[in-house]
Design a binder for this molecule. Sequence first.
Ligand SMILES: Cc1cc2nc3c(=O)[nH]c(=O)nc-3n(C[C@H](O)[C@H](O)[C@H](O)COP(=O)(O)OP(=O)(O)OC[C@H]3O[C@@H](n4cnc5c(N)ncnc54)[C@H](O)[C@@H]3O)c2cc1C
Length: 593
Amino acid sequence: MTSTIFDYVVVGGGLAGLVLATRLSEDSETNVLVIEAGEDQSSDPRVNIPGMWPSLIRTESAWDFKTVPQEGLKGRDIGFPVGRLLGGSSALNGLAFSATSKANIDAWERLGNPGWGWESFLRSMKKAYTPASEGIEATGPIQLSVPEADTEWQSAWMKTLDTLGFSTSSDPFDGEFSGALVVPDSIHPLTKQRSYAGNAYLEPARSRPNLTIWTKTEADKIIFNKSNGVVATGVQVVKDGETKVVEARKEVIVTAGTINSPRLLELSGIGDAKLLQSLGIDVVIDNPNVGENLQNHPLCTLSFQVRDEPGFDTIDKLARQDGNAIAAAMEAYANKKGPFSRSGSNLAAQLPTPGLETTEDVSKLRAQLQTEVLNSHNEPFKSFTQFHESFVNSILASPKEATGCYVAIPGFAGSNGDGWMAPPPPGQENYFTVAVLLAHPLSRGSVHLTRSSRDSSALSIDPKYLTHPLDVEIMARHLQFVEKIATTEPLASHLKLDGKRSPSAPPAGSFADLNVAKDYLHKTAVGAHHFTGTCSMMPKELGGVVDAQLRVYGCRNLRVCDASIIPITPRTNPQATVYAVAEHAAQIIRTGS
Ligand SMILES: Cc1cc2nc3c(=O)[nH]c(=O)nc-3n(C[C@H](O)[C@H](O)[C@H](O)COP(=O)(O)OP(=O)(O)OC[C@H]3O[C@@H](n4cnc5c(N)ncnc54)[C@H](O)[C@@H]3O)c2cc1C
């Protein structure tokens, strides 16, 4: 074994890892090593050309994971990717860049995380991005753009939501937004290339002599000195087939993501002592919270056949790999236009719970809560479950808060029920899809080792999708509302409402019966790629793995700073929140507060 020494060893060169490494190495006296399991694909067109990201899924560039069979999904197991390349999931994600709500972030602080309220969080988020339009003062490395409306779908979507009473005017980044919106993409407006942790943060910092990046290097476990309390001193890695130990003079910072960070802690002896002992792993710190509180948005899609009118193009031909469509898209991209120049999932809405007309409607929903919820933010709480339910209770009937997030896609979108994207159904029909995500699921699960091995098959990933009864009630109402949107003008006129729909969807109008909507959810919902929570930031007695400074309980010189520390999941696509978490973490580490 050979040994090398750095001030900070950052494990995981993904979204958060590269933000931290870039910020920490701004101090030329501090030297930083980043360990990344995947390769540097910074010149790969599948990373850089926005519309090509799906081609990286199920390749060497992604960890290929699968949940255990999900009771709430009629026993289906759901496959999903996580980025395994420099930039992590930010190098292959779907590019949508949305802010979460003030209510969400303020709840993190009330949970026992001083310094994490909305105002300071917003300052950290603004360090990460430069907005697509004027009005927000932020000049961070991630560049945003809003695609040109080159079809009529955008206007039809926005007008339809307007007809339904949802304003389109306020700022979607102000923490208090609900309504229809065009979500910006993390795409550079001039180059029309993906803007991500790799090119926006790392690239300008790469030549710093105090910043070292090791790709194709996998962390095996964290090394500790236990002579005077537990202190993290380094990381054992496998690089070029050789096992090495790298030492951290100051800290080991784990940024391996929501699935891999708890896995690394457990492999290193931090976790539930009973579980670790049963797997033959030496226990360093007994904390049964490691790997718990796994959260993700359940997602359900409903596609409608379109009328194929001029100006209402869809991406179906492209998804069917039609040679002419691909050539046309490439030609358009050469002029920085067309479907490859954007995410394709920009039309969106973040909406309150539909169908709550009477106090009885609200009471019916509240009856699904399993704890005695708090009536005010000042009341003491007994458990994270009670706190979490109280948070959802506080927003579920508010017309100003969103419990469902909608993404409208001009084209077919869906899976065969196994989580992996499916092509459009056979035939020549084209589609318009509305995907709905449950913003704040109460169903929470876990990720744990089943063997002492780095193999992905040695993990039990159990998000427990749609097992909380309130999740099913709220999401089914949003699914009903998708039909309402589709049958409202002007959108209705552009869809063939008596035509083809998603292959497993019941006939038009069936969701009027809430039980039919619930059944469709259980049969077809999958998980979004928005995992959070497995090394949650909260007091240990409530379920925490890290404190408000992101220090691992029971250990010195070890932090976790990625999506896994998020205790209550953001209401929509998480990358903006994870960039903010990483910026916030960098400030804490550099200044101590
Ligand atoms: C397919 C997909 C689509 C998505 N679409 C969107 C979207 O449109 N909008 C949005 O907001 N969010 C989206 N997300 C989510 C978003 O990208 C993630 O929430 C975010 O990247 C999480 O950041 P992270 O730093 O926690 O983890 P990651 O960015 O995943 O980084 C973790 C890194 O750690 C590395 N690593 C793990 N274990 C080890 C080890 N033992 N040794 C060395 N390295 C290791 C991994 O290879 C990876 O590079 C998407 C995610 C995916 C997977």
